[in-house]
Design a protein around this ligand. Structure first.
Ligand SMILES: Nc1nc2c(ncn2[C@@H]2O[C@H](COP(=O)(O)OP(=O)(O)O)[C@@H](O)[C@H]2O)c(=O)[nH]1
Ligand SMILES: [Mg+2]
Length: 407
């Protein structure tokens, strides 16, 4: 199929907005790019384009672009929009067939945009177009982010029902509790009508869930100055809303994701989770080696129980040491080269394992005698505790990070 030149190819890969092409303005660059996400807005799209183009032709003649990002609407909104490009030279249309969802539609539109300022407005005329001019003025006056708000002076929600009002405010309240530093920055964090300087979000890796793209911009962008402009959310004249219960769930997931940003990585680093997992795996391999060696020593070499136990345990200790030195603590041991150093680590590891066995025996008898626990429950509990102990002591002693010599 031949793609008509007027259809924009949807960007793929990471959701990152590029910096503007360094200082020099290309013939395509404009001051303002306004993305209009659409899904089944066939009855609205023509009027939306006409009104928005009329306003912007007057305010920013030939210094703006309108980008419709349609998610392959069954009513073929994209096709209707594409026909409009003949009459509206600043209109560009993207038809997404691989991806879905309001937030990513907006980001994909911004990725394809050439503007210094990036905006978004609904494609159903519920956002009064003339407010655009006030938002643009706010950015001209120095705001990094200008948000159209229903909850400040001049704002409102026409005749929203009681339930929808409660849901909207409830969602905002939950947001304030979970993520006060983001949600608390604006009076209407649920607004889908705003504009932001490209420089404030360029190169930030965005990862939104669901509908609320403004949360993502506030949560991950470098936003210093915010200005809000009041507006009244209009009633829908044509088509219908795509909001369902799903959007409320996605909103909560989005809040959680923004809140945990970076924290999981820090926790992982602090407790060396990856290293601990490797240590556990090596420990498990040691257990298998121990059992096989014990079996062989008993059945093939006819060694006594006590000797077989000790010898097989030592074989397991050697196995564990080799893997830990190579893999679990490999990054550290590479900083302590030489056979002598390695042998020292091996001796320390042996000693710690021996202490571990004694500790294990103590815990098992304590749990068994003092707490009346069955020995078959006490033993695994002891193994888990001793594994933690072994890990920390080995990290601090055998593969002591402070031993690393930096040349
Ligand atoms: N591209 C795209 N646009 C969407 C999607 N969902 C909603 N929209 C558009 O986003 C805007 C707001 O959606 P709407 O359902 O009216 O939300 P409401 O105004 O909060 O009820 C409208 O222009 C929709 O056509 C989607 O999944 N993809
Ligand atoms: Mg709407």
């Amino acid at each position: 199929m031949i793609v008509p030149p007027s259809l924009l190819p949807p960007p793929s890969g990471e959701l990152k907005i590029p910096h503007a092409s360094e200082s020099v303005r290309t013939p395509k660059s404009v001051y303002f790019s306004l993305v209009v996400p659409t899904y089944n807005e066939g009855q609205n799209v023509e009027q939306v384009v006409r009104i928005l183009s009329g306003l912007l032709d007057h305010t920013l003649p030939n210094d703006y672009e309108l980008i419709i990002v349609d998610d392959d609407s069954p009513d073929r909104t994209w096709e209707i929009a594409q026909h409009l490009t003949a009459d509206y030279p600043n209109l560009r249309v993207m038809r997404r067939q691989e991806e879905r969802g309001l937030s990513t539609a907006v980001i994909r539109g911004w990725q394809a945009a050439h503007g210094e300022v990036l905006g978004v407005i609904d494609g159903d005329l519920q956002h009064p177009p003339e407010v655009l001019l006030k938002l643009l003025q706010a950015v001209k006056n120095g705001a990094d982010l200008a948000v159209a708000s229903r909850h400040i002076e001049g704002g409102g929600t026409s005749d929203w029902g009681f339930i929808r009002r409660i849901l909207s405010r409830g969602a905002q309240l939950i947001g304030l509790v979970i993520l006060p530093s983001v949600v608390g920055r604006v009076s209407d964090p649920m607004s889908g009508y705003f504009m932001v300087r490209r420089s404030a979000i360029a190169d930030c890796l965005l990862s939104p869930v669901g509908y609320k793209i403004l949360l993502e911009v506030l949560g991950r962008g470098q936003i210093d100055r915010v200005t809000e402009v009041g507006y009244v959310f209009q009633e829908r004249q044509e088509g219908e809303s795509k909001v369902t219960w799903r959007q409320y769930i996605e909103y909560l997931m989005h809040l959680g994701k923004l809140r945990s940003r970076g924290r999981i990585t820090r926790l992982r680093e602090k407790f060396q989770l990856g290293r601990f997992l490797r240590f556990g795996l090596v420990g498990f391999s040691g257990f298998c080696v121990d059992m096989v060696a014990f079996y062989l020593l008993r059945s093939q070499f006819d060694l006594g129980i006590a000797r077989s136990t000790m010898l097989s345990a030592e074989v397991a200790v050697i196995n564990n040491f080799l893997w830990n030195d190579l893999w679990t603590f490999g990054d550290i041991s590479r900083g302590q080269p030489g056979k002598r150093q390695r042998f020292k680590r091996f001796l320390k590891f042996n000693l710690i394992c021996l202490m571990g066995i004694i500790l294990q025996a103590l815990i098992v008898s304590l749990l068994h005698d003092a707490f009346n626990l069955s020995e078959f429950i006490a033993k695994p509990i002891a193994i888990v505790i001793v594994t933690f102990w072994n890990f920390w002591i080995n990290l601090k002693l055998s593969w002591r990070v402070t031993d690393v010599r930096r040349k």
